[in-house]
Design a binder for this molecule. Sequence first.
Ligand code: UTP
Length: 408
Amino acid sequence: MGFREAYDKLEKYGQLHVLKYYEDLSGYEKEALMEQIENTDFEVLGQCAHKEELNPRGVITPIEVMQLKEIDEKREAYTAIGLEAIKAGKVGAVILAGGMGTRLGSDEPKGVYNIGLTKEVFIFQRLIENLLDVVRQAKVWVPLYVMTSDKNHERTTSFFKEKGYFGYNPDYVTFFMQDMAPASDFDGKVYMEETYKMSTSPNGSGGWYLSMMKWGVADKVKEAGVEWLNVFAVDNVLQRIADPCFVGATIATGSAAGAKVVKKNAPDERVGAMCLEDGRPSIVEYYDMTEELMNAKDAQGEPAYNFGVILNYLFQVRDLEAIEARKLPLHIVEKKIPYLDENGRLVKPESPNGYKFEQLVLDMIHELDSCLPYEVLREYEFAPIKNQTGIDSVESARQLCLKNGIAL
Ligand code: UTP
């Protein structure tokens, strides 16, 4: 993109400060900045002004959850159905590992974090070990797709190589990168992180399939005959991946998708709860839970919105293109964003100083006609690592690993 076009684009969105250092840049830096301006969607920045009105909610009603008792009764049959699909190569897995992990406070990708106490146990290693259980059971390799971002791609791919893919077959592992979105101050002015580079942040977990399409990975998925993709967060070290019973239950019930859920600890626990919204499956975020929803009871007298999602979903490949073609809601989240101050010095703020712009995988569920909420026991399957200490931390995940007989 030439200077004039870049100038016009920035002016249109009130972002001319991006050119503050332009005159002092080298030829290469000027080119890099022009390219970034060309590829950046500044439209999102304008949404800050009315962020409260962005995602109005519909009418929330309870959804029926497949609970542990029913799953236990049908476990054998569901597992057989799931295994058949996995053996036929119809099930793939997608690790969402493009996040920044800012709460954990490490500059490294989350997956390379070592949670071991007496030996090395990396987060990626835990996930691969869990997937290998299914590989052994089904006696086939499950295609694994790893989403990274501009900020962690090199480190992630070289880490897998360095560690011999933790025993996984590299022919079945494919990496792809998600897109970035500009990160701004509270007035929607994009920050600069270098004199020739705007601050960016990965654009959320919701664009994963779009990125697979962009990278040509979606074509490979289809060519390989994969019909279901199990998408999950990198940071749950007890994550069961391509779980045959979950796959089987989703197929057997004729559901368009599946979502693993756990019973909530408390009505106000900070997890999104499965529900129906205007009659379609959906997830009501904890900050959208009104008193009325928190106190609502179902026919059995149990809390009506008692099951939280754990970011483990099963989607049908045939639906994904259509879902991504419809625009998912935009979420504007307060974050700590490194930026250049007026003197051109890089500042790493201690508290949130602006916004990042994201689309979320959970919003994809609302685009479908049906979704099976499938209960799992949190002690066995939910040990997310968000923080160093306290709730959802390295500490709590270690305890849960030890409880599950995983040597650390
Ligand atoms: P989180 O919402 O916990 O975000 O992501 P995060 O970036 O890992 O951590 P914080 O909020 O900065 O501390 C949930 C899952 O979605 C992935 C993350 O890697 C994690 O597996 N994710 C999130 C992406 O892949 N891309 C994104 O843009 C955001």
